[in-house]
Ligand binder design. Structure first.
Ligand SMILES: [Zn+2]
Length: 108
């Protein structure tokens, strides 16, 4: 995920890479890979619910690449078997610091 304020700065320097329209053609694939989405482990179309144990955070390629297939069908292990990964990703807020703006509210 790229926070809105950082995305505006990114778009000034890399307008083609930062394009973020409403269709797949209007979006740069790189942004799709950085976008976080809520994914159903057992797909909703296959009877999955919105119960917390059926929901995980996934990037676009992971969510849409798996589509309606179950974890077993694509031979992916249940992510609940492992502890959550907390990484160093900053949502590109470092761009805001570089421009002299403190990332006080990442959604502004
Ligand atoms: Zn992914």
């Amino acid at each position: 995920m790229i926070v809105k304020g950082a995305h505006r700065i990114f778009a000034k320097f890399c307008p083609q890479e930062a394009r973020d329209g409403t269709t797949n053609e209007d979006k740069h694939f790189g942004l799709t890979t950085l976008a976080a989405s809520i994914d159903h482990l057992l797909p909703y179309s296959r009877g999955g619910t919105n119960d917390d144990r059926n929901l995980v955070t996934a990037c676009g390629p992971c969510q849409f690449g798996r589509n309606q297939w179950t974890l077993e069908e694509v031979e992916i292990e249940d992510p609940w078997k492992y502890p959550a990964v907390i990484d160093e990703w900053d949502g590109l807020t470092r761009l805001m610091v570089m421009k002299g703006r403190a990332p006080v509210d990442p959604n502004v």
